[in-house]
Design a protein around this ligand. Structure first.
Ligand code: GUN
Length: 287
């Protein structure tokens, strides 16, 4: 039986439509649009594309966006100063520092410097800590949030399911494991030192692959009837985008699976817009 292909583009488009309506309501109420600031401090061309897409998507739903582009050799102190300035600016609702940043910067220090109320990536220790305690009232990282929305869009109830997460990053693996646990899944997190990855994957009712290695997960590893969420975006030597999961084989066994591209990617941006709306509403209305 062929798997249901989870259409991330369609789910994201629906979410963006809902956000657009809520942004218009907020603007009608307070007279000003939410404001997202995106900081690009590297000269990585892929990051430049991501940042541009984030800005464009924001404008489409009525969120103002400003991009700060800094030269790749910008000093550590100068970037920290910019963050402090944005923290202090009452007209800024959300701050996103596109990662990775060049080596001279201390990524952890940058994240800690953000005002947690403006941390639309949900990476600040306060937001991450709340999430890990089962409190989802902070800002929640965009890609993990998008993964959960996709699972829910496929009609899967996570309670009691065995969820296996591949990867333990600050951006995806750890927060998505927290979200799954908060929804009463039994969660296994795998990483580079996991002994038998194929065996762990084979137990997954829900598999989240966020390792960043082209087609690492073979189709034959996937449990029959599983829900497979592929977070990987890898460019193979032929220039084609591939996920962390070998799609054709996995689609023969899974009940539902996300494609790459067109799965998780569009959800990350939609959830960033949602977080910006949440941050703006809390800062400007709920104080
Ligand atoms: N680089 C890759 N993904 C992300 C993301 O979600 N947020 C930020 N800030 N940088 C990224």
């Amino acid at each position: 039986m062929a798997a249901q292909i989870i259409d991330g583009k369609a789910v994201a488009q629906r979410l963006r439509g809902e956000i657009k309506t809520k942004v218009a309501d907020l603007v009608a109420h307070i007279g000003v649009a939410p404001h997202l600031v995106v900081v690009l401090a590297s000269d990585d061309p892929a990051s430049a594309v991501y940042v541009r897409n984030k800005g464009k998507a924001a404008e489409e739903v009525g969120i103002r966006s400003t991009q700060h582009t800094l030269p790749a050799n910008t000093e550590k102190a100068a970037l920290l100063e910019l963050i402090q300035k944005l923290n202090a600016d009452p007209d800024v609702d959300g701050i996103l520092v596109q990662l990775p940043v060049p080596k001279q910067h201390d990524t952890e220090a940058l994240i800690r410097a953000l005002d947690p109320a403006k941390d639309v990536d949900g990476l600040h220790p306060l937001n991450a800590g709340l999430l890990s305690r089962g409190d989802e009232s902070g800002l929640i990282p965009c890609t993990p949030k998008g993964c959960i929305k996709l699972i829910e869009s496929a009609g899967v109830d996570l309670a009691g399911k065995h969820a296996v997460v591949l990867g333990r990053s600050r951006l995806v693996g750890r927060p998505v494991a927290d979200l799954l646990l908060n929804r009463n899944a039994t969660v296994t997190t795998c990483h580079s030192r996991t002994k038998d990855l194929a065996q762990e994957v084979g137990r997954a009712d829900v598999l989240i692959a966020a390792i960043g290695k082209e087609e690492l997960v073979k189709g034959s590893w996937v449990k029959f009837g599983a829900t497979v969420i592929d977070v990987g975006i890898n460019r193979n030597p032929a220039g084609k985008l591939t996920g962390d999961v070998a799609f054709p084989g996995a689609a023969e066994r899974a009940a539902a699976i996300t494609p790459v591209p067109g799965g998780v990617g569009p959800m990350t941006i939609a959830c960033l817009l949602e977080n910006t709306l949440i941050a703006a509403t809390r800062r400007r209305v709920m104080r």
